[in-house]
Ligand binder design. Structure first.
Ligand SMILES: Nc1nc(=O)c2c([nH]1)NC[C@@H]1CN(c3ccc(C(=O)N[C@@H](CCC(=O)O)C(=O)O)cc3)C=[N+]21
Length: 289
């Protein structure tokens, strides 16, 4: 049996570390780090996420500025709010909850965020900095996955990593991060031929496709480390729903050395990394450590 990678526990430790860093920051800068979270509309899932981000911020001793705008907010009004947040000295990080309502151009809105406050790591500037090895912000989900991998495996150099999924938010930045760690990186996707064979070559598998339990046990190299980014809601036996990842967890546990569970794996790391990035943004803006 493989080990379960305790993302939830790791995230709790990371949040406690960030809280200590926040105390030190406050003593030096005379203020708390501030995160502005912008939510447009009332999508129930987004509302839950934004609430948990706010709670995590407050628990870490940070200032949380919530901006809830109606679903019919004009794009121009959202852009001018972002302009205000860019200029606000109390705001170190800006997060615009995605997805945005369809009448708003997501790319335009994200690009309006000052890259020095882009704690989500979603701007082209942040992607470019990551790809070229400059200081910037790395998207929270891939950053959390990397932390779990390094904690588990130590040096990743020379390992073969297969990422399933090529999104701008997870797959591509994950590839850049693992390349930076000197892994041999393959990005697989819906057009990949013989995906199981490709995955079977991997010491590290990161599944980020959004297909419930797609990765089977017999796709895995014995002893592989498996990071499951998927969060899929599927019908449960009791008529309710349950969360499953992109990996068949029970099968994977029989073959892999270690697997992240869903829930309790990568998800909690995403929020902890958001706090981590916000503290980093605050330190950089104040020229502290
Ligand atoms: N600008 C922006 N940045 C984001 O980072 C962002 C976003 N928009 N839009 C939505 C997605 C989704 N996301 C999650 C964060 C934490 C969990 C999480 O903590 N999940 C728990 C429990 C989930 C549950 O029980 O529903 C777990 O996996 O254990 C999941 C999903 C951040 N997102």
């Amino acid at each position: 049996m493989g080990d379960i990678i305790d993302g939830k526990g790791f995230a709790a430790n990371l949040r406690a570390d960030v809280a200590k860093g926040v105390d030190t920051f406050r003593a030096q800068a005379g203020r708390a780090p501030g995160l502005a979270v912008v939510l447009v509309g009332e999508d129930p899932a987004s509302t839950v996420y934004v609430r948990s981000k706010h709670k995590a911020c407050v628990e870490a001793g940070m200032e949380s500025f919530e901006h809830r705008l109606p679903a019919d907010t004009a794009e121009g009004d959202l852009l001018s709010l972002i302009g205000q947040l860019n200029a606000d000295p109390a705001v170190d990080g800006i997060l615009v909850q995605l997805p945005l309502p369809r009448h708003i151009d997501e790319l335009k809105v994200i690009e309006a965020i000052d890259p020095d406050k882009d704690v989500d790591g979603f701007t082209i500037g942040s992607a470019g900095r990551l790809a070229t090895g400059q200081d910037g912000f790395v998207a929270c989900t891939p950053l959390g996955c990397l932390m779990l991998l390094k904690d588990r495996l130590g040096d990743l150099s020379g390992k073969s990593a297969v990422i399933i999924g090529r999104s701008n938010i997870v797959g591509k930045p994950m590839a850049m991060l693992l390349l930076r760690e000197s892994c041999t990186v393959t990005i697989a996707h819906s057009r990949t031929q013989d995906l199981p064979a490709v995955v079977r070559g991997a010491d590290i598998v990161v599944a980020a496709v959004g297909r419930p339990e797609m990765v089977r046990g017999d796709w895995l190299k014995p002893g592989a480390t498996v990071i499951d980014v998927g969060i899929n809601r599927v019908p449960a036996d009791d008529g309710k729903t349950r969360l499953v990842g992109d990996v068949d967890f029970a099968e994977a546990m029989k073959v892999a050395a270690a697997v992240t569970p869903v829930p309790g794996g990568v998800g909690p790391m995403t929020i902890a990394c958001l706090l981590h990035n916000t503290l980093t943004a605050a330190r950089r803006r104040e020229n502290i450590g």
